[in-house]
Design a protein. Structure first.
Length: 89
């Protein structure tokens, strides 16, 4: 299994130019599941979800109530994609 890259919040803010309030919003609403909580460490999947959430909210006008619904649908799409990519048994 490939080891995931881990980033401290400060690294994410600096490297990806993500505002700390956006990260806090995602953590507070449990829209992302960090690798560790003390200290908070994020992986690439968490960062991608934060960027998606920012895009949904800022570019598409999605409200906080709709975000978990959209994230759930995206998760289902990825799950189905992975199921179709598995070789038959």
């Amino acid at each position: 299994m490939k080891k995931k890259n881990r980033f401290y919040i400060e690294e994410v803010v600096h490297k990806y130019k993500i505002d700390l309030t956006n990260i806090s919003l995602c953590l507070d609403n449990e829209w992302i599941q960090p690798i560790t909580l003390n200290p908070v460490m994020l992986d690439q999947e968490d960062i991608s979800r934060i960027l998606l959430i920012i895009d949904l909210k800022e570019s598409m006008g999605v409200n906080n109530e709709a975000v978990p619904v959209i994230l759930h649908l995206v998760d289902q799409l990825y799950y189905l994609k992975n199921q179709f990519q598995k070789p038959p048994r």
